[in-house]
Design a protein around this ligand. Sequence first.
Ligand code: IVH
Length: 681
Amino acid sequence: MSPAEAQKRIGELRREVARHDELYYRQAKPELADFDYDRLKAELAGLEKLFPEAAHAVGDDTPTARVGDDRTEGFVRVKHRQAMTTLDNTYDETELREFHARLARALGTDALAYTVEPKIDGVAVSLTFEHGRLTRAVTRGDGEEGDDVTANVRTISGLPAALKGKPLPELIEIRGEIFLREEEFRRINQLQDESGEPAYANPRNLAAGTLKQLDSRLVASRRLEIVLYGLGFCTPAVVGSQSAFHDLLVAWGLPVVSPFRLVHGIEEVWAAIQELDRLRRGLPYATDGAVVKLNAFEQQRHPKIGYRGMAADGSVEAARKLSPRWACAYKFAPDRAESRVRDITIQVGRTGALTPVAELEPVLLAGTTVKRATLHNAEEIARKDVRIGDAVLVEKAGEIIPAVVAVLLEKRAATSRPYAFPRECPVCHTAAVRGAGEVVWRCPNPRCPEKVRRRLEHFAAKGSLDIDGLGEEMVALLLERGLIQSIPDIFRLTVEDLLPLKKSGEVWARNLIAGISARRTADLWRVINGLGLPQVGAAAAKDLARTFRSLEALMAAREEDLLRIEGFGEKTAAAVLGWVAEPANRALVDELLAVGLKPTAPQATGGPLAGKTFVLTGTLPSLTREEAAAKIEAAGGKVSGSVSRKTHYVLAGEEAGSKLEKARALGVPVIDEAEFRRLLA
Ligand code: IVH
């Protein structure tokens, strides 16, 4: 490559990498698999090193000298006391061995102790504990300054608000990773699907998107988890090594990474990595590699080690810390395999959403046989230009849902044609429609048999009426025999109807009918959730139940009633009003009441704080946040994560942050603990 060619390529790569950084860190909507991104970035770094002058000619601003920036609008920015860096990574055993060789040369000994632990595919945060109390949580941001996400992080149930034991440092920054379990990712995507919203691509994007929600109530409804692994600023100093720090985190009652190994020499490092590769699929979080860290802090701080802070030409030391030379991430190459698209089929959801699915030639991938991969929507197919008959690369990496990553164009048949997304529902053949600004095509036919089937399934499902014995198969069978056609029909079923379905199934039939009958008095929120109003998941269904207390009242909802509900915006209110106004839905509710459905309203909360919404901020003199929240709830009030005009009180303690400012700006009353106790009394 000539310097001129290098210059051109460096320019292209910088724009590409910067675009993908923006998509990944800020928008949480990556288009590239990590492996491909890492490859682009490695190519750029390689060229910048080989052709420093060409790199300099393009400019000194390069993504290889930056930490991806996650800061977004709507959050208060906070400076880290100690910079949050990234990690150098490699997919190559030889490079890992070179990492060790460099450290061994610098320290003059081969006998080095390392820690080896999973690299978690989540979102990095820094927690500040002051005298053992959690006072702040900040995202990495640009490494120097991140977004204050304290209110959201406090909703994480596995994270204690205070550290156990004594003595505790005056102030300590602890770094870790926020993630979502695969089951939770699936559950939320199911809800997205049920409310007609597009699914999230992978758990990491969903975790990143959740952490940046402005409404902490929504955050609390998603079970984020956290593990901690790194030491930032600390005064006074606590321990002298990674492994001692890990033990300290455990003693303080904090969740840590596991498996965590302390090993000696590079052979043991390699063995620990192999072990992790075997175990990783059983871990609660997605891991895309192992992080190897030099154990002794004194060695980490050695003048020949420290941090990489290189400028574009690789020679000048910039003031900014980029990545530690004492740590290295060894990444596992993603599991990829070649397959062929036999067909593209369309799934019809409960709301009519038409989701394209690639039907693949079965292929073994990451221990499971993959036969199908979602293609998300019409635009996604067009972007990747996936065609029936194409040879494709299928990947199952951090992304848990198998995905078609690329089409192998060189293997494409000359006769193939671009896939034409159907303009009608594949089941009932009604013309598909698409709302303005939406990517999803939908079947608008309320009687579409597939939509009916999915609606029935949803009504009986766990998160709705939870009718035992009425799962997908039974719903399908009852439909096929013409025993049910609509939701109210479920309550009209008799033992005699069911008897022909199973040989000597009398006991079963009686149990199912008794089970259905007992659900006539199910909790109101379950019924509302089961009816599947657009934009309404379980949390919003609970709010509606609390506010309206009966189906009749819900059907008479007015806009102002809905807008008064904390967390309900105009979009949700409009969706509910639209549903309520629909004659078919009114008829459905009337029919349900006629077949004897008598949902149970939530317990009337008559406590002294009934109907009042509180926001907590800062440290209270004698109550922890959890204790204060429990007292509010026991007295009939509600705790919300963010201040709005609908907040009744902000309960503020010492070092209250942005919420206090917001309360003042909005004129929301601010009270202290003493006043709070008076309200309770
Ligand atoms: S150590 C200064 N340990 O990976 C050392 N990082 O690609 C850097 N990560 O920014 C952090 N699991 O967000 C460390 N066990 C682990 C990790 C881990 C995930 C993240 C971290 C870091 C990124 C670098």
